[in-house]
Design a protein around this ligand. Structure first.
Ligand code: UDX
Length: 432
């Protein structure tokens, strides 16, 4: 099939490359010419394991191409995927659909034969209806179909998530488009992926409800972890104990810092805002957002307690600053609040991240990037483990520091408290 992916962010680029690897002709389009030229040279704008190899392979065999010419690319394609950002609006919780509408405006001027226009961007319920109305002002209804096909790709695992999805959701109000999409996804369906066809509005809501549910699950275990800290219980035992109940499930029950990233914070706010438009109160999700927002304050207070109110002049090694491991994404990472808090309190922070230094900390007092884990730990009073990269899992603390009073605050519970204590260091985790 001839496909056009508009937007070469996480979703567009990963999906486009994977579709081309499955044998389709794909053009990935972006208005950022520099990005397109770089992609043609094999320079990938994001950190995503395995992506570079797949781009190079499929660009070389000519199934994958890159272009800044949207209209021309749409004309050449049968199926057009909209994969642009839908950030939170300024001064409001709702999704900003400016980029989606800009794309749809251009697409509607380029419909030369029947096209399926697929929304992969996360958009509020009824957006598909609105887009259909918008396009039908210019194009005859028989010449296009608007479909919702949400993505469920996790950063750092995006390629695996694309190839082995738990389910493929296609929300369409016409059976012809559903049939064509089932055909497009046939190689994944034959490997066991479930293909679920729904009405368009349902697919839009499935995406938001999934992310809101996962954010709720994380927040739930984070709050249970707070109780564990007060009662001398290890939250890891609770996660295993409740997760084995198939009705609950063990995934997304890892207690840690506040959840972040490009989706959960934005999508929880947007679903609440959509519900308000329809006069519905999503009180659970509202409470999740509040709890997650307060989490960094809670962790800062605990750190203050651990250091007996003496953060001033402490040297802190901060390991991992992105919102989670295996990504270079800083969006809504709790480090963006934790590091400034520590700096304000007079600590000296030496941070290390496998994806390099971050512009976000350039102007913050007493914050510097270390070139290695060892450099970050050496001479530190405290190590804060913020993300669970494999690189951090078997650090030889004894070798890296002479400080016998080193305090380790393991915010992802990746270390064994007993082993750390045996080394003579002080250990604190989350909910343990
Ligand atoms: C998420 C969804 O998982 C994906 O389906 C959707 O399409 C995009 O948003 P992503 O943002 O890449 O993916 O990250 P994810 O792995 O879901 O983690 C989100 C946040 O939750 C991170 O801050 C992570 O550290 C946190 N998290 C996740 C926990 O704290 N505990 C867990 O058990 C799982």
């Amino acid at each position: 099939m001839k496909l056009c992916m508009i937007g070469t962010g996480y979703v567009g680029l990963v999906s486009g490359v994977c579709f081309s690897d499955l044998g389709n002709d794909v053009i990935c389009v972006d208005k950022d010419i520099k990005k397109i030229n770089n992609l043609k040279k094999g320079i990938i704008p994001i950190y995503e394991p395995g992506l570079e190899e797949l781009v190079l392979k499929n660009y070389k065999n000519k199934r994958l191409n890159f272009s800044a010419n949207l209209k021309d690319s749409v004309k050449k394609s049968d199926v057009v995927f909209i994969c642009v950002g839908t950030p939170t609006k300024k001064n409001s919780n709702s999704a900003d659909l400016t980029q989606v509408y800009d794309v749809v405006k251009a697409v509607s001027k380029s419909i030369n034969k029947f096209k399926i226009i697929i929304n992969k961007s996360t958009v509020p319920v009824t957006t598909g209806d609105e887009l259909e109305k918008f396009i039908s002002k210019k194009v005859k209804k028989k010449n296009f179909s608007v479909v919702s096909n949400p993505e469920f790709l996790r950063e750092g695992e995006a390629i695996r998530d694309f190839i082995y999805p738990d389910r493929i959701i296609v929300g369409s109000n016409d059976s012809k488009s559903t049939r064509i999409l089932k055909n497009l996804y046939a190689p994944l369906i034959s490997k066991g992926a479930k293909f679920i066809s729904t009405k368009r509005r349902a697919a839009e809501l499935i995406k938001y409800a999934s992310n809101a549910f996962l954010a709720t699950k994380i927040t739930f275990i984070n709050e249970i972890a707070n109780l564990c800290e007060k009662t001398g219980i290890d939250v890891e035992e609770i996660s295993i104990g409740i997760g084995l109940d198939k009705r609950i499930g063990s995934r997304f029950l890892r207690a840690g810092p506040s959840y972040g990233g490009s989706c959960f914070p934005k999508d929880t706010k947007a679903i609440v805002s959509t519900a308000e438009k329809f006069k519905t109160n999503l009180s659970i999700i509202k409470s999740v957002i509040r709890s997650n927002n307060k989490r960094t304050v809670l962790l800062s207070k605990r750190l203050n307690l651990i250091l007996k109110n003496k953060i001033k002049n402490k040297v802190i090694s901060f390991l991992g600053v992105t919102f989670k491991a295996n990504t270079d994404d800083m969006r809504d990472s709790s480090s963006l609040k934790l590091i400034p808090f520590l700096s304000k309190k007079g600590a000296k922070i030496k941070y290390y991240d496998p994806t390099g230094s971050k512009k976000e900390f350039k102007k913050i007092k007493n914050v510097e990037f270390s070139n290695s884990i060892q450099e970050s730990i050496k001479g530190s009073d405290v190590v804060i483990l913020h993300t669970e990269w494999n690189d951090f899992k078997s650090i030889n603390f004894k070798k890296f520091t002479k400080n016998k009073k080193l305090i380790i605050y393991d915010m992802r519970n990746i270390y064994s408290p007993d082993k750390i204590k045996k080394l003579g260091f002080k250990y604190y985790g989350i909910g343990r």
